[in-house]
Design a binder for this molecule. Structure first.
Ligand code: FAD
Length: 360
C-alpha cells in the first residue's frame, strides 16, 4: 500500500508515524511545501505546545462530528503515546504541555520517530494537483499512490505554510468548502480604544447577539489600539464563528469587577482598575460592570491561530474518507472542525490522524 500525505504539520506527521507503526509494510511519503517539517508546532502554545486538555470536549468544538473520534483517542491516550516516545508531560491546571515546556521537544521526538521508521518526506513540495487515480506531480516528478491524505491545515498563519491554497484544488474536484473565517484571533471593535493600547485587565466577558447573552468566560482582556485580544477574546471569536453571529448585531460586554456585587461610583473606579482603564471608563461614561464594545471585524487570517470552515463534513464518512473519491482522506484543520483555545485543536490533529491510521 502506497500512501501520500499532503502536509507535514501536526496531523500529517502524526498520521505518517502511526501508519508506519501499525502497518510497517506500508510505504508512506509526506509532501511538505516548507523547507522543514512541523514548522507551526514550534510556535504553538507560545513556544510551549499545549497539546491536550483534560476538561470536557463537549462544546469545545464547532460541531459534534469530531467527538467520537476524540473520545477514541482522548487526552489520556495522547499523553500515554507521547510518554511512549519520550515526551513526559506537565499539567498546568487542565492543560498538557511537554515537561520541558518547550514545543521543540515535541517536534524533535516526532522527527526522531520519522527517522527511526524511515518515513520518506519531500520538502519544498507544494502540491497543487492530483488526479482521480491519486497521481500527483511535484517539481517535475510524478508519484502514484493507493491512498492520499490531505493534512494541509487551514488558512491561518500563512507564515507557517497554511494559506488555504489547497481549497481551490479541492473545489475543482467538486468538494464543498464551508466559509472560511479567522478564528482564535483579536477582535476589532467600533469604539475608539486607542488610548487603552497595552492595557490588560482580568474580567468577565460576555458575548451578546442582539443584546442577548450567548456565552461568557472569565479571563484576561488585552487591549490593542483598535481591538480586544487575549485568550478569552480568542474564545469569543471562536463562538462568533460557531454560532454564525452577524457582525452588526454582535457585541462584547465586559464586567471589569465581576467579583464585586455592588454598584461602584465612578470616583472609585481607579481603586479597582489601572489609571488608563478607569479614566477611559469615566470619560466615556461607561459602567465598570457593563462596558459594551461593538464587534467590527476579526483580525486577518495571518494573525489568527486557527481558521473556521474548510472541507465540509458532508463530504466525508465517519472514518474521514471522502464519500466521492475512494482512498482520499482528510485530517486536521483542513476540515470544517475547529475548537477553542487550550490544546483542543492539536488534540483534533492527533485524534483524526490516529483515526485514519487505525481505519486503513
Ligand atoms: C501561533 C499558533 C499557536 C497555536 N497554539 C496551539 C496550542 O498551543 N494548542 C493547540 O491545540 N493548537 C494550537 N494552535 C493551532 C494548531 O497549531 C493547529 O490547529 C494544528 O497545527 C493543525 O494541524 P494540521 O496538521 O491540520 O495543520 P498544520 O499544522 O497547519 O500543518 C499543515 C501543513 O501543510 C502544509 N501545506 C499546506 N498546503 C500545502 C500544499 N499545497 N502542499 C504541501 N504542503 C502544504 C503546511 O506548510 C503545513 O506545514 C496554534 C496555532 C498557531 C498559529
Amino acid at each position: 500500500m502506497k500512501i501520500g500525505i499532503i502536509g507535514g504539520g501536526a496531523s500529517g506527521v502524526f498520521a505518517a508515524i502511526r501508519i508506519k507503526e501499525l502497518h510497517p509494510n506500508y510505504d508512506v511519503t509526506i509532501f511538505e511545501r516548507n523547507d522543514k517539517l512541523l514548522k507551526k508546532i514550534y510556535a504553538t502554545g507560545n513556544g510551549r505546545c499545549n497539546f491536550a486538555n483534560s476538561n470536557s470536549i463537549e462544546g469545545a468544538y464547532n460541531n459534534d462530528f469530531a467527538l467520537p473520534i476524540l473520545k477514541d483517542f482522548d487526552y489520556l491516550a495522547i499523553d500515554k503515546y507521547f510518554d511512549s516516545i519520550g515526551i513526559k508531560s506537565r499539567k498546568l491546571d487542565n492543560l498538557y504541555y511537554p515537561y520541558s515546556l518547550s514545543a521543540a521537544t515535541v517536534a524533535e521526538k516526532f522527527l526522531k520517530r520519522i527517522n527511526v521508521l524511515k518515513i520518506k518526506f519531500v520538502l519544498n513540495a507544494k502540491i497543487d494537483n492530483y488526479t482521480k487515480n491519486k497521481e500527483i506531480t511535484v517539481n517535475d516528478t510524478k508519484y502514484t499512490f493507493d491512498m492520499l491524505i490531505f493534512a494541509c491545515g487551514g488558512k491561518s498563519s500563512s507564515q507557517f505554510g497554511t494559506d488555504g491554497n489547497v481549497y481551490s484544488l479541492l473545489e475543482e474536484h467538486g468538494y464543498k468548502i464551508e466559509k472560511l473565517s479567522p478564528s482564535l484571533c483579536p477582535i476589532k471593535v467600533k469604539e475608539n480604544v486607542n488610548k487603552l493600547d497595552g492595557v490588560r485587565a482580568k474580567a468577565k466577558v460576555y458575548l451578546l447577539s442582539n443584546g442577548k447573552e450567548v456565552y461568557n468566560e472569565v479571563g484576561e482582556v488585552q487591549f490593542r489600539s483598535d481591538a480586544l485580544s487575549g485568550i478569552v477574546i480568542f474564545n469569543i471569536a471562536f463562538m462568533i464563528n460557531k454560532f454564525n453571529l452577524q457582525a452588526n448585531t454582535t457585541s462584547i460586554k465586559i464586567d471589569f469587577v465581576p467579583e464585586v456585587d455592588k454598584r461602584i461610583n465612578k470616583e472609585e473606579y481607579n481603586s479597582y482598575l489601572n489609571e488608563k482603564l478607569s479614566s477611559y471608563l469615566v470619560k466615556n461614561n461607561i459602567d465598570i460592570h457593563n462596558a459594551i464594545f461593538a464587534f467590527k471585524s476579526f483580525y486577518t487570517f495571518d494573525i489568527s491561530h486557527v481558521s473556521s470552515g474548510g472541507v465540509s463534513l458532508d463530504e466525508i464518512s465517519t472514518n474521514l474518507e471522502s464519500k466521492k473519491e475512494k482512498g482520499i482522506y482528510f485530517i486536521g484543520e483542513v476540515l470544517d472542525i475547529d475548537a477553542k483555545c487550550g490544546g483542543y485543536n492539536l488534540m483534533w490533529a492527533f485524534a483524526s490522524a490516529e483515526k485514519v491510521a487505525k481505519s486503513i
